[in-house]
Design a protein around this ligand. Structure first.
Ligand SMILES: *Cc1c(COP(=O)(O)O)cnc(C)c1O
Length: 387
């Protein structure tokens, strides 16, 4: 059976070019970048070349970038690093209710340490209103963290506007751009951010590697102590193979971004309209205008997202859901609830995230399979018969 992967927001396969670039760094080029001999210099050179490439994708200076173990660590370092360093100035942080757990759980932890966190609500499209942000700012606010694009509903936040507000009030602005880097433009100067998190495995690089952009002059405290690697901000022998992989992935993403953005937007819209034309009581969560190219999030009334997911998996199609059953917490997605959806409306959600391997032909088969799945489960549920 042909397998169709439509869960690119969860992770992506390593691109062949990326794997090829990495391989020598597991074997003959295995040096420690801190060593003074030629093995070390070779590793150090790869490290700095990679830094340039990743910085290039962000329009940043290479010295403004440090490598981490991924998106989660970058988010932790940005939030805790700014909070600990600036706690004498103030202890208030502003974020949103639809962030990734790497942000939300870090904020909860900071709350237990005496920081005060405001979780901004979003409107029914998943967007934060700049006025709401402005009215949440206090004299003690030291950091605003707003994700660039949401991992569930693909909503892209008005970061440029938020950046202007943050700059005017002289408050640091961090963005979790794990979902947007490589898919849409993430120029740090255009966005007006001081810190930006990214993760390699969401852009066809290996897992376990990421980076944090830190604008020149932004001071933060390290959360990992050790040998002082990465300007003292992230101790630990550098994962050179991973870093080289991330850099190659960033290069490829930069080269193909424009074409891939248009292609995925077209495929996404085609799939969405094919399904919405045939299925009643169905809708799209989020907004169709400020949305990541490859993201669709369907809502289907009277069906359980997990049933749909498992049925589609049996047909070789891999998707995800924000329904309660599939989450460990037995609660529906906090993102969908934040849009104002009722719990029962979250249960029938299906997230489809497209990527490089997906074709137009796939979309026809996927649309057909989704229609079949929804009809089948509605037929066997009492609710589906209108009871
Ligand atoms: C995947 C993801 C993360 C976590 O990144 P890891 O590299 O898996 O730790 C953080 N934020 C968002 C928005 C993500 O999608």
């Amino acid at each position: 059976m042909k397998r169709i992967y439509l869960d690119h927001s969860a992770t992506t396969p390593v691109a062949p070019e990326v794997l090829e670039a990495m391989l020598p760094y597991f074997t003959e080029k295995f040096g420690n970048a801190s060593s003074l001999h030629s093995f070390g210099l070779e590793a150090k050179q790869a490290l700095e070349e990679s830094r340039k490439k990743v910085a290039g994708l962000l329009g940043a200076d290479p010295e403004e970038l440090i490598f981490t173990s991924g998106g989660t660590e970058s988010d932790n370092l940005a939030l805790k690093g700014i909070a600990y360093r600036n706690k004498t100035k103030g202890r208030h942080i502003i974020t949103t209710s639809i962030e990734h757990p790497a942000i939300l759980e870090t904020c909860r932890k900071l709350e237990t340490e005496g920081f005060d966190v405001t979780y901004l609500p979003v409107n029914s499209e998943g967007l934060i209103e700049p006025e709401t942000l402005e009215s949440a700012i206090k004299s003690e606010t030291i950091l605003i963290s707003v994700m660039h694009a949401n991992n569930e509903i693909g909503t892209i936040q008005p970061l440029e506007e938020i950046g202007k507000i943050a700059a005017e009030k002289e408050i640091y602005l961090h963005t979790d751009a794990v979902q947007s880097v490589g898919k849409i433009s993430t120029d740090v100067n255009a966005l007006g951010v001081d810190l930006l998190s990214l993760s390699s495995h969401k852009l066809y690089g290996p897992k376990g590697i990421g980076a944090l952009y830190i604008r020149k002059g932004t001071r933060l405290e390290s959360i990992i102590q050790g040998g002082g690697h990465e300007r003292g901000l992230r101790s630990g022998t550098e994962n050179i193979a991973g870093i080289v992989g991330l850099a190659r992935a960033a290069e490829l993403a930069g080269e193909t971004m424009d074409i891939e953005r248009d292609r995925l937007t077209w495929l996404r819209d085609k799939l969405a309209s094919q399904v919405l034309d045939k299925v009643k009581d169905a809708w799209i969560n989020g907004t169709m205008t400020n949305r990541l190219p490859g993201n669709i999030n369907f809502g289907f009334r009277y069906v359980e997202g997990e049933s749909l997911l498992l049925f589609l998996d049996s047909k070789g199609i891999a998707v995800s859901t924000g329904s309660a059953c599939s989450s460990k917490k037995l609660e529906p997605s906090h993102v969908l609830l934040s849009l104002g959806l009722l719990p029962e409306e979250c249960h029938g959600s299906l997230r489809i995230t497209l990527g490089r391997s997906n074709t137009e032909e796939d979309m026809d088969y996927v649309a057909q399979s989704i229609v079949e799945a929804v009809e089948r489960f509605r037929a066997i549920s009492a609710l589906g018969r209108g009871a």
